[in-house]
Write a protein that binds this ligand. Structure first.
Ligand code: BES
Ligand code: MG
Ligand code: ZN
Length: 494
C-alpha cells in the first residue's frame, strides 16, 4: 500500500515539515495568504519578491524558520495560466515539485488555487507526488530515507477528491507492483515468482489458471516452448479472468513475460544485456491492470494472458533456422532467436482468442529496440487493426501522460516476413521498420474479426533519466492508460 494522503478544508499547520503552494500566474495573493500562518511578515515579503514568475513548472524552494521556531521548507510552484491545466499537467507538475523537495521523511502539506479549473487538483497533486517518490530499496544495506512520510492536502471539494484519490491510490499500487517486478533481478523474478504473483490475484476474486510445459506440448504451442528450451526455468502460459457480467463484451490483455532475454544463440552484446531483466514488463502490466480492476471491483470483463519464460542458451536451446509449428498450425522459421517475444505472443494471442473469444485484444510487449529509434522514451508504439480502438487507447493514454503514437500495420510490409521454407519467419528482411515487421508478425496470429492493438513498450518501460512521474528506472508505463481505457469502455458500453 502506498503512503496515504488526507484531504481537508484546513490543514493542521503545526505538523508540516514542507508546505507546498501551487499557484497560477495571477495567484500571488493566494501565495501570500497561505504563507501567513507559517512565517513572519518579513519572510512572507521576501518569498513573494522571489516568486516573480509563476509560469508553469517554475518552482522555488525556501528553507525558513517558522513562527513556531521550527525549520520548514516552503515550495512555491508556478502552475501557469488559470484554466490551462488538466489532469496530466497537474500530475506532471507535482512530479517536478517532488524533485524540488529537499527535506527527508517530511509531512507535506499542499495548498492549491487550481480548483476552479481542475476540481480534482488536490487528488492529482497528491498522486503525482507519490508516483514520483517511489523507490526500490530492498537490496540496499543502508536504504535512503523516504522523501514523504505523509501528505495533507487542502481542498474545498473534499468528498470528490477523497473518492478520486482512493481510485488513484489503487491504480498507483498497480503501477508500483509493475515497477517492483521489473526492478527485481532475473534471479528473483523468475517464471515461478511471476506465477506466484499472478496466483495472489485470487484474493481479489480473479480466476487464475496455468498451462505448464506438458499442457502446452499437448496444445501444440511450439512457438512459446521453443523460446524456453534453453532455460532451466519453467515456461508458463498463465490466464487471469475477472468477469462481473458474462453478457457484456470481454477485453483481453496479453503480455510478453520474458524474465530474461539473453538473445538466445543470437546472443546480445553484454553491454546493457542486464536491462533484459525488464523483458517481462508486458506481463507485469497485465497483472497490474487486473489487480487494479479486480481490487476496485470495477464493472468489467477483463482477461489477462501472459506467456512467461526465459530466453537462454544451452545444448537444448533453439537454433537460428529452426522451424516450429505454432498452436495456430502456422509454421515459423526462427531466423533470429533474439526475436523471441513475437514467438511467445504468437501462441499467447492465438490461445487467448480460441479460449475466450474476446471482443478486444490488446497486447503489451517490450518487443523491439527499433521502437526506441522511432519514438524515443516518451511515446509507446501503437499498432491496431481498428481505428476506433486506436483512437480510444490514444485518448486514454494522453489523459494521464502515457502517450501512444500509431505506426503502420500495412499489407505492404507482409512480404518482409515471408520465409523460403515455412509460412513466415520471425524477422523482417532487413529493410528497416523493425517495429512494424514485428507487429505484422503478431497480426498473423490474430483473426481479423477481433479488434486488436499491439503496444510496444520497449522504450517506455524503463528510462535512464528522471521522467515526469518516475525516477531513473522502471516507469510502470501502461497501467494508468489501460485503467482509463477499461473504465471508459464499460461506462460507454453499459
Ligand atoms: N526484448 C527485446 C527488445 C528490447 C530491446 C526491449 C531493447 C527493451 C530494450 C527483443 O526481444 C529483441 O531482442 N528484439 C530484437 C529483434 C531483432 C532481432 C529483429 C531487437 O530489437 O533487436
Ligand atoms: Mg530478444
Ligand atoms: Zn525480448
Amino acid at each position: 500500500m502506498s503512503t496515504a494522503a488526507v484531504f481537508s478544508e484546513a490543514l493542521r499547520t503545526d505538523t508540516l515539515g514542507v508546505v507546498i503552494i501551487v499557484a497560477t500566474e495571477d495567484g500571488i495573493s493566494f501565495v501570500e495568504k497561505r504563507l501567513q500562518p507559517f512565517v513572519g511578515k518579513d519572510t512572507v515579503s521576501n518569498i513573494i519578491e522571489a516568486c516573480d514568475d509563476l509560469s508553469y513548472g517554475k518552482i522555488k524552494s525556501f528553507n525558513v524558520v517558522s513562527v513556531n521556531g521550527k525549520f520548514i521548507e516552503i515550495v512555491i510552484a508556478g502552475a501557469g495560466k488559470r484554466g490551462s491545466l488538466n489532469r496530466a499537467s497537474v500530475e506532471k507538475l507535482s512530479g517536478h515539485i517532488c524533485d524540488s523537495i529537499k527535506s527527508k521523511n517530511a509531512c507535506i502539506g499542499i495548498y492549491n488555487d487550481l480548483e476552479t479549473g481542475v476540481e480534482l487538483a488536490a487528488a492529482y497533486l497528491a498522486s503525482g507526488l507519490l508516483l514520483k517518490s517511489w523507490n526500490f530499496n530492498k537490496y540496499k544495506s543502508k536504504p535512503e530515507p523516504e522523501k514523504i512520510s505523509a501528505i495533507e492536502c487542502q481542498t474545498c471539494y473534499l468528498e470528490r477528491n477523497e473518492e478520486e484519490f482512493a481510485t488513484l491510490e489503487s491504480v498507483m499500487d498497480g503501477v508500483f507492483l509493475v515497477r517492483d517486478m521489473v526492478t527485481e533481478p532475473a534471479n528473483v523474478m523468475t517464471p515461478d515468482q511471476i506465477l506466484d504473483i499472478a496466483m495472489s490475484l485470487k484474493k481479489f476474486g480473479v480466476k487464475v489458471s496455468v498451462l505448464d510445459q506438458r499442457d502446452m506440448e499437448k496444445a501444440g504451442m511450439n512457438a512459446i516452448l521453443g523460446v524456453g528450451r534453453g532455460s532451466d526455468n519453467p515456461t508458463y502460459l498463465i490466464s487471469m479472468e475477472y468477469c462481473t457480467d458474462k453478457a457484456k463484451d470481454k477485453i483481453a490483455f496479453v503480455g510478453k513475460g520474458l524474465t530474461f532475454d539473453s538473445g538466445g544463440l543470437c546472443l546480445k552484446p553484454s553491454n546493457k544485456m542486464g536491462e533484459m531483466k525488464g523483458d517481462m514488463t508486458g506481463a507485469a502490466v497485465v497483472i497490474g491492470i487486473l489487480s487494479v480492476i479486480a481490487s476496485q471491483k470495477t464493472k468489467a470483463n477483463v482477461i489477462g494472458v501472459i506467456g512467461v519464460t526465459e530466453n537462454m542458451i544451452s545444448g537444448k536451446a533453439q537454433r537460428p533456422g529452426d522451424v516450429v509449428i505454432s498452436a495456430s498450425k502456422k509454421t515459423i522459421e526462427v531466423d533470429n532467436t533474439d526475436a523471441e517475444g513475437r514467438l511467445v505472443l504468437a501462441d499467447a494471442l492465438w490461445y487467448t482468442h480460441e479460449r475466450y473469444s474476446p471482443k478486444i485484444m490488446i497486447d503489451l510487449a517490450t518487443l523491439t529496440g527499433a521502437i526506441h529509434v522511432a519514438l524515443g522514451h516518451e511515446f509507446a508504439g501503437l499498432f491496431a487493426n481498428a481505428d476506433d480502438l486506436a483512437e480510444e487507447l490514444k485518448k486514454s493514454g494522453h489523459l494521464v501522460g502515457e502517450k501512444l503514437w500509431r505506426l503502420p500495420l500495412h499489407p505492404s510490409f507482409a512480404d518482409d516476413i515471408k520465409s523460403d521454407i515455412a509460412d513466415i519467419k520471425n524477422v523482417g528482411s532487413g529493410r528497416g521498420a523493425g517495429s512494424t515487421t514485428a507487429a505484422m508478425f503478431l497480426k498473423e496470429f490474430v483473426p481479423d474479426s477481433v479488434k486488436w492493438a499491439h503496444i510496444d513498450i520497449a522504450a517506455t518501460e524503463w528510462d535512464s533519466k528522471n521522467r515526469a512521474l518516475s525516477k531513473k528506472g522502471a516507469t510502470g508505463f501502461g497501467v494508468r492508460l489501460l485503467h482509463n481505457f477499461v473504465v471508459h469502455y464499460y461506462a460507454n458500453n453499459p
